[in-house]
Design a protein around this ligand. Structure first.
Ligand code: ATP
Ligand code: MG
Length: 584
């Protein structure tokens, strides 16, 4: 490819709204351009890299018997109604009508569509297992699109779905997918970790996220330094604490005035008390049942855990009016004292649940169930008695590993950040049961398919690779993802010898299957070097006067400061061996 003809508009300046290294570098190098919030054009340079990732993913999916399909991005509402997701997916789902007034959505994922295809065309256990996957655009109307293409609204995903005769087969296959995913991210040169994850809106029985380790990642991950436990913060389990013997004497309940102050941070400052002393009193409706959850002031409630503990299908925060009705005070001023008794008069099904750590609070502080007041010296069970204690919070610094900690070891969890590049779910029969997708088993009995689904944010992988592999001068692609493996820079374009050699080296390398970018622009060498570093091509060949006079070319790899001169007649084999060693 000749640079002069290549549509790669590089920028000297960093675009103002680029908020991460990858977004800056992708925009500066002309890989992408922003069309509107969360919508990006992919230019030839970016697309070359995206296609490299796609190629690796395709090879690994095929190696576990995946078969590629292509499903429409526009999906009919009726299918989404069969699983009930039309109602629960919320505003991320882009919905619209066609000319006949029929309703559709733009695919954020494709469980319904694939389950519909398979229920129509797969009848017998003999056709199982079946794994199908596709590459395509997904649209999710993200509330805050950001970080360039990392959290876009329209993005490029590989989504795969597997169908099995039973749970066991689905589980065996699931572990094959985990292995294939590890191969993919390893081949992309990423430092990553699979972690246990919540299954969220997709649902299912268990799930893993593949995290690329990066300070700029949106996800918080906990890992154990002693065993292989790793989970995202949402999923991480917390060990129950035994009832901690109070060191302090229990004092008498007392009311203090806290005008206009209700967040734990603000009240803690006002009363000069640590957040560990506070009891957060949080109001929910779980499958229409009113629930109050108590968590310690220095911890955050984990909603999926609360839903699981209650066995609830739906769970929402109570509206301000409902809160006021049950607590008898404004939002922010409720406390657990006397609450259960009062709330049960309004609804006998009312539940009061508390996180294990509440047992460690002595002479605690909470709202006084009265505007502008807080109560001090709250002690359970004297002042409140939850219906049950459970793990309801996110892990915090200092927590022990739930796996080896449960066996008595005291390994403190590490906290780090990551970018989620892939997500695998064992779905079970969640979709096949609601959509009546069934096959006939050996005995001729109808059974729902057992399913798995597996996503990779192909476009996000590109950004994650940049986050992990760059320096002050630009990107540093490993050879498997590089848009070109070699950039060839002839310094003097008006010199016959230079032109002759650049043509023959270009042709020879191309014939050897190496992708070369020939920088034939009328630019100073310095500009060309800067652009080559920005784009991050592994090997740079410079044809300068000095080298050519001795029949040599200068070679430099993107990841070393050292340049070397090599004879022109052995250039192809030299470049081949350089590339072989690159990123090994
Ligand atoms: P996130 O928590 O980041 O929103 P998710 O759990 O909603 O991701 P999945 O439904 O599992 O994502 O989608 C599969 C993969 O698609 C994710 O692992 C991620 O790599 C990618 N992905 C999801 N949302 C986006 C987005 N808005 N922009 C780019 N890639 C995305
Ligand atoms: Mg999401």
């Amino acid at each position: 490819m000749k640079y002069s003809k290549f549509f790669m508009p590089t920028l000297r300046d960093v675009p103002k709204d680029a908020d991460t290294v990858s977004a800056k570098l992708m925009l500066r190098s002309g890989m992408i351009r922003k069309l509107a919030a969360g919508l990006y054009d992919w230019l030839p340079l970016g697309l070359r890299i995206l296609k490299k990732v796609e190629g690796i993913v395709r090879e690994e999916m095929n190696s576990i018997d995946g078969q590629e399909v292509w499903l429409p991005h526009v999906q009919p509402k009726e299918l989404w109604e069969e699983t009930g997701r039309w109602g629960v997916y919320g505003k991320e789902l882009l919905r619209f009508k066609d000319r006949k007034n029929s309703e559709f959505c733009f695919a954020p994922t494709a469980e319904e569509v694939i389950t519909d295809l398979v229920r129509r065309d797969v009848r017998s256990y003999r056709q199982l297992p079946l794994m199908v996957y596709q590459f395509g655009t997904k649209f999710r109307d993200e509330i805050r699109p950001r970080f360039g293409i990392m959290r876009a609204r329209e993005f490029y995903m590989k989504d795969g779905y597997s169908f099995h005769a039973d749970e066991k087969d689905a589980e065996v296959y699931y572990s094959k997918v985990l292995e294939a995913y590890s191969n993919i991210f390893r081949r992309c040169g990423l430092n990553f970790r699979p972690v246990e994850a919540e299954s969220g809106a997709i649902g299912g029985s268990f799930s893993h996220e593949f995290m690329v380790m990066a300070e700029t990642g949106e996800e918080e991950i906990v890992t154990c330094p002693s065993c292989n436990y790793a989970a995202n913060l949402e999923r991480a389990e917390c060990l129950p604490v035994q009832s901690i013997a109070p060191q302090e004497t229990q004092l008498a309940l007392e009311e203090v005035s806290t005008p206009g102050t209700y967040t734990v941070d603000d009240v803690a400052k006002l009363l000069k008390e640590p957040k560990e002393k506070f009891i957060k009193t949080l109001f929910f409706k779980a499958d229409e049942i009113p629930v109050v959850a108590l968590v310690r002031g220095d911890t955050d409630l984990n909603l999926p855990k609360l839903a699981r503990v209650l066995g609830a299908k739906t769970i929402f925060k109570m509206s301000e009016e409902e809160y006021a009705r049950f607590a008898g005070c404004d939002v922010g001023f409720a406390g657990p004292q006397g609450l259960k008794e009062k709330a049960r008069q309004k609804d006998p099904k009312f539940k009061l649940v508390a996180d294990h750590l509440i047992k460690s609070v002595v002479n605690g502080i909470s709202g006084a169930n009265l505007k502008d007041s807080h109560s001090k010296n709250l002690n359970g069970p004297r002042d409140f008695e939850p219906d049950l204690f459970a793990d309801l919070r996110n892990a915090i610094r200092g927590d022990f590993c739930p796996r080896c900690g449960a066996k008595g070891q005291k390994s403190v969890l590490n906290f780090s950040r990551g970018i989620e590049v892939g997500h695998t779910f064992k779905l079970g029969t969640k979709y096949s049961a609601s959509m009546k997708a069934e096959y006939l088993d050996e005995a001729g009995k109808s059974r729902p398919f057992v399913m798995g689904c597996y996503g990779i944010g192909v476009s996000r992988v590109v950004a994650a690779a940049i986050e992990q592999n760059h320096d002050d001068n630009g990107m540093m692609w490993r050879k498997e993802l590089a848009p070109f493996q070699v950039v060839l820079i002839p310094v003097k374009l008006d010199d016959a010898k230079t032109l002759e050699w650049s043509k023959s080296i270009y042709n020879d390398l191309t014939r050897a299957g190496i992708e070369v970018l020939l920088d034939d622009r009328e630019e100073r060498a310095g500009v060309k070097f800067k652009d080559a570093d920005l784009i991050g091509i592994p090997v740079k060949i410079t044809l300068g006067e000095k080298g050519l006079s001795q029949n040599q070319a200068e070679i430099k790899t993107r990841n070393s400061a050292q340049a070397e001169f090599i004879p022109l007649d052995s250039i192809v084999s030299e470049i081949q061996s350089k590339l072989k060693q690159y990123n090994q």
